[in-house]
Ligand binder design. Structure first.
Ligand SMILES: Cc1cc2nc3c(=O)[nH]c(=O)nc-3n(C[C@H](O)[C@H](O)[C@H](O)COP(=O)(O)O)c2cc1C
Length: 390
């Protein structure tokens, strides 16, 4: 019988132990030195009798039952069996994603009998967590206590509640659009959905701070009337978020916005101000950080979306929560697309980024704050939605 170690396994270290992880079936085995030697022998298909023949009689008596158990557990596969064919199908399907993608996918794939706590149990568990360890702040502040941020125009009546919100009438129209200037919140949802496209050519005209401010408030601030946070640190925003954790913070690179100094900022949604982080990049640096995409460097503003993982880990201690962070990004990006479209701005999302460059310019802790994507914003140039690239 020819056997090999199944390729839906990996080896990791955990507190001084070496663990052989069958991530397909969510089973872990401690890899002792003799077992590690055995796995080495079966790193590709090997004839069992030949491997056993190398051992003395006593060793053989120990090793044979181990092989049997590993075979029954599916950690070893026998050549030509249905298990072998299933493994080959799995490897072929995940060829492009490689071992890292298939590992993460299967390790976080749930089974028919995966336990889920009911809502009451979850609430009780969360209350206990909150009592022992208060939730992290739901909004980040990057500036020193007592220092002021760079003010943005007050959020307009298209988003804020109350009589003090300035009227959003009178915003200039998009270049080349007759009339324009309509109140962005009053455009029909259907029209906005149908008009939404990815813009990859931007006009050099600056964007007004009022438009940018409203967009930032919609993306990162609580919805009017529900300022929160509740006892679990939950806020309610325009985009849905797994567990209402809203891990995504919005940073921005201002290139051309009326009344704002170009540079890198963090948006403080609590005070609706910008927190300066550093001088602007050249267009070339922006392009370099976005995988060489020239059009990203033409935008008036680049929003950089960064997830603060501690908000997620406070509530969820499962690897699957990391999937939710990516799903949150999709929802937030769509909100950016729709609001920008309603404002007549051109908008595009890209995840083709050089994370390390952005982590460095934003001063992020790469183990806790992860770059997810970038939204480019600006007035669309004629034909700005062309150049389809999927
Ligand atoms: C997760 C994600 C990543 C994307 N990354 C890029 C990108 O790196 N470059 C790009 O030109 N467009 C990117 N896009 C935009 C898509 O190419 C675009 O949505 C698609 O071509 C459909 O066009 P539409 O948005 O106009 O409907 C991305 C979109 C999403 C949702």
């Amino acid at each position: 019988m020819r056997l090999k170690v199944a390729e839906h396994t990996s080896v990791h270290l955990a507190e001084g132990r070496v663990v052989l992880d069958d991530y397909l079936r969510h089973r872990q085995f401690e890899l002792t030195a003799p077992l590690a030697r055995l796995c080495w022998e079966f790193r590709s298909f090997a004839e069992t009798d030949e491997v056993l023949a190398e051992l003395d009689v006593e060793e053989r008596e120990v090793v044979w039952p181990v092989l049997r158990r590993l075979l029954d557990a599916g950690v070893l596969v026998a050549e030509g069996t249905p298990e072998h064919r299933a493994e080959q199908r799995l490897l072929a399907a995940w060829r492009n994603g490689g071992p890292a993608a298939r590992h993460y996918h299967y390790a976080t794939r749930t089974f028919r009998d995966t336990p889920y706590a009911d809502a009451d149990d979850q609430d009780r568990a969360l209350a206990a967590t909150a009592a022992a360890d208060p939730p992290p702040p739901p909004l980040t502040r990057r500036r020193e206590e007592g220092t002021a941020g760079v003010p943005l125009p007050p959020v307009s009546d298209q988003w804020a509640d109350g009589p003090d919100a300035p009227d959003a009438h009178g915003l200039p129209a998009a270049p080349g659009v007759a009339g324009g200037g309509a109140r962005w919140g009053e455009r029909s949802l259907r029209d906005v959905l149908l008009a939404r496209r990815t813009t990859r050519r931007f006009h050099s005209r600056p964007v007004e701070a009022a438009r940018l401010g409203d967009l930032l408030a919609v993306l990162a601030g609580p919805v009017p009337g529900r300022p929160g946070p509740d006892q679990d640190g939950n806020l309610f925003k325009a985009s849905p978020s797994a567990g209402a954790r809203h891990p995504i913070e919005v940073y921005l690179h201002v290139v051309s916005v009326v009344g704002l100094e170009p540079g890198w900022y963090h948006y403080d949604a609590a005070d609706h101000v910008l927190e300066p982080l550093g001088p602007p990049w050249s267009a070339g640096e922006v392009v370099e950080a976005s995988g060489g995409q020239e059009w990203v460097g033409e935008a008036a503003v680049q929003l950089c979306h960064v997830a603060t993982l501690e908000r997620i880990w406070w509530k969820y201690d499962t690897a699957r929560a990391y999937r939710m962070v990516q799903v949150d990004m999709g929802h937030l990006s769509q909100t950016a697309y729709l609001v920008a479209t309603a404002m007549e701005l051109g908008v595009a999302f890209t995840a083709a980024l050089r994370d390390e460059s952005l982590e460095s310019v934003l001063g992020l802790d790469r183990d806790r704050e992860i770059v997810l994507g970038l939204t480019a914003l600006g007035w669309p140039a004629d034909g700005g939605t062309g150049g389809l690239r999927s």
